[in-house]
Design a protein around this ligand. Structure first.
Ligand SMILES: *[C@@H]1O[C@H](CO)[C@@H](O)[C@H](O)[C@H]1NC(C)=O
Ligand SMILES: *[C@@H]1O[C@H](CO)[C@@H](O)[C@H](O)[C@H]1NC(C)=O
Ligand SMILES: *[C@@H]1O[C@H](CO)[C@@H](O)[C@H](O)[C@H]1NC(C)=O
Ligand SMILES: *[C@@H]1O[C@H](CO)[C@@H](O)[C@H](O)[C@H]1NC(C)=O
Length: 412
């Protein structure tokens, strides 16, 4: 597959630029991941001994007890062996916040750092992520330690429509979903289990706006579910802090949102109007409309407000993924500032750095043109390539990881 060429390409560039302020991470959610299983927390001691990883990545290291561990597949592959650095911390927690980290990350723009962001806002958010569960992905399930953690990452690609993969997906120990993850009505194709939901505040809210009429009326919720914040903007830090404290967002574009259902229960879903604008795609149009509607209290994450419910991807991990796995040519264009790996890519690569086996469902494949953009669309809609992501590069990466036996990519 290749990038769109010529006029179409430049038109999309302009569209993306025009809409990027609100939209530019939205389309990342269109593509999904695949699953793999294992349960419970790993034996950090033996894993550390086996892999020589740093303690900061405790709970996210690979188990040596897995028959077909992706770790072993990586070791056997000359190219990927040089790319994977499994000791890279995946999550950012309060204990990692130091003067040195501030100095370094304040030289890079979000999601790769904190340039231009308020130190006080970052500090006050990170200081809430001070428990041990903030540095580990797999802790809260209460399951016994497992020897082989199998994860499914479910993207939202149209390939899942009619796939009947629901039971296979749910059979994994952990299921990752992201952005507009519609479940109701698609259980047979996408399953029902959700262990992790990954998003940026921007992609989450845009998904609620854009896919409301297609059934995405609520972010997945559940007692065992954990949320993975992708820090693409100060909004993400501010929302995360309010979510942990169970208070309304005090400032910024999300002011007034009550991320957790604490103060008063939501009265029920309120549909978003979607005024028309001639210049932006549907999703952007709808997103633009919210600013004119003003802040409206909105709950996203269910009743529990506590640090254990929320994880935050480390900006260094996102940089590492971009440099090693998704170093797009787009970075050197005028739109380089907009580029970041898609939400689906970030979730799939997170799973690959924390699980022992990973399956990807609903992610882009070489025959993507056969399928609708998303599995939940009613009328087939082509996948759109925007400049803020490089879906072609991501498709190549998934294909090669699948060939190398490092992940299992659902294809049909
Ligand atoms: C973890 O593995 C080490 C070394 O194999 C072993 O001594 C220890 O008992 C294990 N701990 C648990 C909780 O299984
Ligand atoms: C974070 O804030 C606390 C309390 O104000 C302060 O003691 C600490 O030095 C700050 N940390 C950094 C790295 O700025
Ligand atoms: C984390 O910080 C909160 C608020 O400052 C404090 O109440 C709590 O005891 C701390 N938890 C740990 C594990 O240090
Ligand atoms: C979903 O699949 C069904 C049959 O499997 C097909 O009729 C329908 O057109 C598909 N929907 C989209 C949006 O492609």
């Amino acid at each position: 597959m290749g990038l769109p060429r010529g006029h179409l390409f430049w038109l999309l560039l302009l569209l993306a630029a025009a809409c990027s302020g609100i939209l530019f991470t939205l389309y990342s959610s269109a593509v999904g991941p695949y699953p793999g299983p294992r349960s419970g927390a790993r034996n950090a001691t033996s894993s550390r001994a086996f892999f020589g990883r740093k303690a900061s990545n405790a709970g996210t290291r690979k188990s040596p007890h897995c028959r077909h561990s992706l770790y072993l597949a990586i070791q056997k592959h000359p190219h990927f062996r040089a790319l994977f650095e499994l000791s890279t911390p995946v999550l950012l927690s309060g204990g990692l916040f130091t003067q040195e980290l501030w100095d370094r990350l304040s030289q890079h723009k979000a999601p790769y750092g904190w340039q231009g962001l308020s130190r006080q806002a970052i500090n006050s958010t990170l200081s809430l992520l001070n428990g041990s569960e903030s540095s580990e992905l797999f802790t809260a399930s209460g399951k016994p330690p497992s020897t082989c953690i199998r994860c499914a990452v479910v993207g939202n690609g149209g390939i899942l429509n009619g796939s009947r993969q629901g039971l296979n997906i749910d059979a994994h120990d952990y299921v990752f979903r992201l952005n507009g993850a519609v479940i109701k009505g698609f259980e047979k194709d996408v399953g029902t289990k959700t262990s992790f939901y990954g998003f940026t505040v921007n992609t989450m809210k845009n998904s609620l706006i854009s896919y409301w009429n297609l059934g995405f009326t609520s972010v997945p919720q559940g007692q065992d579910l954990r949320y993975i914040f992708i820090p693409s903007d100060i909004r993400d830090y501010v929302m995360l802090r309010s979510a942990i404290l169970g208070v309304p967002v005090p400032e910024g574009p999300d002011k007034g949102d009550s991320p957790a259902r604490t103060a008063r229960p939501a009265a029920g879903p309120v549909p978003f109007p979607s005024p028309r604008s001639p210049t932006c795609p549907t999703t952007a149009r709808a997103a633009l409309s919210t600013s004119s509607m003003g802040p409206r209290p909105q709950t996203y994450f269910g009743p529990e407000a506590s640090a254990r419910k929320f994880k935050l991807l480390h900006p260094d991990f996102i940089s590492y993924l971009r440099e090693r796995f998704l170093k797009s040519k787009l970075i050197n264009t005028n739109f380089g500032n907009l580029y970041m790996p898609s939400t689906g890519a970030l979730m799939l690569l997170t799973a690959l750095h924390t699980c022992d086996q990973v399956s990807a469902y609903g992610f882009i494949t070489s025959n993507y043109w056969k399928f609708s953009d998303h599995y939940f669309e009613r009328i087939k809609k082509p996948l759109i390539f925007y400049v803020n992501h490089d879906l072609s590069l991501e498709a190549t990466l998934w294909k090669n990881l699948h060939k190398a036996g490092i992940l299992q990519l659902y294809q049909r």
